[in-house]
Design a protein around this ligand. Sequence first.
Ligand code: 0X9
Ligand code: ZN
Length: 319
Amino acid sequence: DVWFSDYHKYDQIVAWFKDLSDKFPDLITFIPSIGKTYLKKDIIGIKVGSSVNADTKPQFWFHSGDHAREWIGPATVQFLVHNLVTEYASNPTLLDSTELIIVPLMNVDGYEHTWSGNRLWRKNRRPIKKDFFGSVGVDLNRNWPAHWGEGGSSSYPFSDTYMGPSAGSEPEVQSLISFFKNDNHTRLIGAIDFHSFSQLILRPYGWTEERAPDEKHLKTAGDGIRDAIKRVSGKKYVSEREIDLYAASGTASDWFYDEEVQEWLPDRRLYAYTIELRPSADEANGANGFILPPDQIVPTGQEILAAVKYYLDYARKNP
Ligand code: 0X9
Ligand code: ZN
């Protein structure tokens, strides 16, 4: 598919999802706006699943593009959706047994900026005027109201890991949270936030050394994801706890795991991960790892498609 031979701008991605949902109206619900960014751009949402068991089947949340420069994230999510719906005719099991709730590109403003201004921009594009004139942007993976500001994030607005002025201060974070909360998500059993790079399968917690209640299952599934990838492409991903990589607070995966879902649904296991896609740290050596050549989109997509299939299956069978 020629679409996956290159990266695309925001407008094209929106049109592509709209088009795909027109082609597969029974499998995709296209949500033109789950909320707006600081620059008043629509953040789109996608729901994927067949009408079979529509009211009873387990749900999974995927989002990507928190960090503007990590282009392979949204591209991989596009590859996943495309393959899941085109494979449905020959293999209906997956979309008959699960529903996916997806935000493919969270940080629209930042993403646009990486196409027109600075390819290596990470944060959103909201100016931070108070006392820090000239500073722009909050790290959207430090702003979630999950132990916000409790380490591994910066209170200095010029920092690339700036946490923002308060928990959940950013319109993009608010949009995802309200989409999630307003929507019926009572059957949620997993959430993945796709980033790059370094090839890591990261599980909670990210802010504390405390062992997650579901550590045993989270580790088994994380290791299984790693092995599924290896079988497809031979690529080595590392499965580990987020805190063992480095501490970070206010991250999306901790929010899904702890603050919200575990609190609402205390008896439910929640398979929450941050996945760092290609390249590996070794391969990035010398080059910038955030600039992944477009011929890597398809192979990355293929290994992650296999990983996601394994993951959905494991989570469904070990609720
Ligand atoms: O720092 C991040 O937000 C993620 N890495 S990235 O290079 N894509 O920015 C990883 C967050 C993982 N969580 C913790 N290490 N706590
Ligand atoms: Zn990232």
